[in-house]
Design a protein around this ligand. Structure first.
Ligand SMILES: NC(=O)c1ccc[n+]([C@@H]2O[C@H](COP(=O)([O-])OP(=O)(O)OC[C@H]3O[C@@H](n4cnc5c(N)ncnc54)[C@H](O)[C@@H]3O)[C@@H](O)[C@H]2O)c1
Length: 325
């Protein structure tokens, strides 16, 4: 029998890549989503694939799946700052109620549960790089707390299910990832810069741009998640997944100008509240227990993703022109 996996948020940027990876490995995939922050196009190439089923559902509402489920991967959540600032209550509901429903299914089916957590659980870190043992520095009442605290709560709930019910739990703490299928208006630094550079608009850098990020190419991230899902351990595994190659936001803007060949200028805007100043994963644990490390350099990744953004910007411009005509 093929292994059967349910992915909440499976039509999103990461979820859709993960659906493809699991199908390629011979899994049967149930993709659950309500397109709150994604578009159907993301899964267009999967809908006719053998073993793929789409379930249109809001994970904050109870649900049931017939038949066996071996893996539950909980990816549903607004993920970019503009999304979770626009959807603050939904973000908390999907991290709270959504996680509760996904855990309930995993418990009932005796499935392995994997929670897409985030580097944001470290908040604005006082330690760099961030190892999994770091407890973080999160402002519980700041605007970003709806996301950070929802993910911290979700991690705590997953561990409670492990301790109370012996559930097998996997928690990747995902650091900034980029790749095809990111929305142009996603709001994170890379899609912002790509879109602005390709439109010939100024690139917006918040603050002086000396804050750092580390960007992981999507195929590397998906490989790490796949290995973590299948890791052979009854113990809960909490593992950073990301690329430790740190870059300042200003340097990233310059690299995007170079790769796109754009003549856009860089402009500075005030730093948003609680924006983390450093972000770099310590990936020793992933190397040790998964034998995993990213293999796609930023130089290669930016070139690889460029045609996607070029096409998306062209199509958006055409649609706008048609609307105005
Ligand atoms: N992309 C990253 O760099 C990154 C970094 C850290 C963590 N993560 C985590 O990975 C997951 C996916 O992120 P992404 O970048 O693919 O974001 P995304 O917005 O593209 O995907 C999230 C998906 O969840 C769906 N969703 C939201 N609310 C839902 C609900 N109530 N019911 C069903 N579906 C719902 C959305 O429609 C979307 O398809 C998130 O949990 C996010 O916190 C992502």
């Amino acid at each position: 029998m093929p292994r059967r996996a349910l992915i909440t948020g499976g039509a999103g940027f990461l979820g859709s890549h993960l659906c493809g990876r699991l199908l390629a490995a011979g899994f049967e995939v149930l993709c659950l989503d309500n397109f709150k922050t994604s578009v159907e196009d993301n899964i267009a190439q999967l809908t006719s694939a053998r073993g793929f089923t789409f379930i249109h559902h809001d994970i904050t509402q109870p649900f049931f799946i017939e038949g066996p489920v071996d893996y539950v991967l909980h990816f549903a959540s607004p993920a970019s700052p503009p999304d979770y600032l626009r959807l603050p209550i939904h973000t908390m509901k999907v991290g709270g109620l959504g996680t509760y429903h996904a855990l309930g299914l995993a418990k009932g089916k005796r499935a392995t549960f994997l929670l897409a957590s985030t580097s944001e659980v470290y908040g604005d870190p006082q330690v760099s790089p961030q190892p999994e043992s770091y407890w973080g520095n999160v402002n519980p009442v700041g605007p970003r707390s709806v996301y950070d605290e929802a993910k911290r709560y979700a991690e705590a709930m997953a561990l409670a299910y492990h301790r109370a019910h012996g559930l097998r739990v996997r928690i990747p703490r995902i650091f900034n990832t980029y790749g095809t299928r990111m929305r142009l208006e996603d709001g994170r630094a890379l899609p912002n810069f790509m879109t602005q550079a390709l439109r010939g608009e100024p690139l917006t850098v918040y603050g002086d741009g000396r804050q750092t990020r580390s960007l992981c190419y999507v195929s590397d991230l998906v490989e790490g998640i796949f290995r973590l899902l299948l890791a052979d351990s009854p113990e809960p595994l909490v593992v950073n997944l990301g690329n430790p190659d740190e870059v300042t936001v200003l340097q990233l803007a310059r690299e995007v100008l170079e790769v796109t060949g754009s003549g856009s200028k860089i402009v500075h805007r005030p730093l948003p509240q609680d924006d983390p100043l450093v972000r770099r994963p310590d990936i020793c644990k992933a190397r040790q227990i998964l034998g995993w490390a990213p293999v796609v350099s930023r130089r290669v990744g930016l070139r690889r993703v460029l045609p996607y953004f070029q096409k998306a910007v062209r199509e958006q411009a055409r649609t706008r022109a048609e609307v105005l005509a």
